[in-house]
Design a protein around this ligand. Structure first.
Ligand code: HEM
Ligand SMILES: N[C@@H](CC(=O)c1ccccc1NC=O)C(=O)O
Length: 277
């Protein structure tokens, strides 16, 4: 029998005293000590890691959407397209993650659900930030964060900025003029479908060659919303599978609330114009 291979023979670094290691660079000590379980049930670890990894991917999504929005506002569409494509992939990643959580049965979950108290994903401030960045804005969603001034401030700052869709519409306005009411709308409110915007996007889709960049932008937005819708759908289906029609720990009706959220349209005109093409 040969001896186990020693990678140091080909130069693998084996000594890290005073040198940056993998764990140092990634601050693993910090991140891997954050899985505090509150019960001694087997599936709580799955539940915690599923949510923590989702929050990490959301952090990256926020980073990318913010940069895409800045690029678009500066008229730099190419880098924005690349970032939006990445955000869609992040959501694909989040969508696949449901397959792991689905292995948790109602019996597994009820064993620790009481320990969650009234906590709920409804209070995920990164999720709310993403919704606000995209244009699904609702001041009522600030209330669960009133005890955390920094979070309220962050969400209010977001409501004061044009959403990703607002920025896209400003770009559209550069080629096809839109009404002032669209361009100077109250940014803190949710976007309401607008006929002039629908007509403008319809022109883009009827003449892709003339409006190629806008056409590509619109398709990037639709692609992203497609993945986002799948996330919402996977969520509600998993919830029904695990807790049925029980009320949510966050106080909503549970599945009934999440089904209502399936009706949200982030970029409504981009979906509706398809009927008229
Ligand atoms: C067994 C797993 C899960 C169950 C039973 C569940 C249940 C629920 C329920 C019932 C709600 C409605 C609010 C409430 O009253 O509590 C909700 C909202 C929410 N959940 Fe989950 N959830 C699960 C997994 C997840 C995961 C993995 C995430 C990823 C971060 C997540 C993120 C959210 C978010 C962001 C909301 C707010 C949605 C909105 O306001 O549109 N949930 N969840
Ligand atoms: N709303 C869920 C609880 C829940 O899902 C949750 C609780 C704490 C941390 C994350 C959660 N996930 C998503 O809502 C329930 O009613 O069982």
């Amino acid at each position: 029998m040969t001896d186990a291979y020693d990678p140091s023979a080909e130069g693998a670094q084996m000594e890290f005293d005073g040198r940056m290691s993998y764990g140092d660079y990634l601050d693993l000590e910090h991140i891997l000590s954050a899985q505090k379980t509150w019960t001694d049930t087997h599936d709580e670890m799955l539940f915690i890691i599923q949510h923590q990894t989702s929050e990490l991917w959301m952090k990256l999504a926020i980073h990318e959407i913010a940069a895409a929005r800045r690029s678009l506002a500066a008229g730099e569409t190419r880098p924005a397209f690349k970032m939006l494509a990445r955000v869609a992939r992040i959501f694909e990643q989040l969508n696949s993650a449901w397959d792991v959580l689905r292995t948790m049965t109602p019996s597994d979950y009820t064993a620790f659900r009481d320990a969650l108290g009234q906590s709920s994903g409804f209070q995920s401030y990164q999720y709310r930030q993403i919704e606000f960045m995209l244009g699904n804005r609702n001041k009522a969603m600030l209330r669960p964060h009133e005890h955390r001034a920094g979070i309220v401030q962050m969400l209010e700052d977001e409501l004061a900025q044009p959403s990703l869709y607002d920025v896209a519409l400003r770009l559209l306005n550069g080629s096809i003029p839109l009404p002032d009411a669209v361009l100077n709308r109250d940014l803190s409110r949710p976007w309401k479908p607008d006929q002039a915007v629908a007509d403008a996007w319809t022109q883009v889709y009827r003449n892709p060659r003339k409006y190629w960049e806008l056409y590509e932008l619109a398709e990037k937005l639709v692609d992203f919303e497609d993945y986002f819708r799948r996330w919402r759908f996977n969520h509600v289906t998993t919830v029904e599978r695990v807790i049925g029609f029980k009320r949510g720990t966050g106080g909503t009706g549970g599945v009934s609330y999440l089904k209502r959220m399936l009706e949200v349209e982030l970029f409504p005109e981009l979906w509706h114009l398809r009927t008229d093409l």
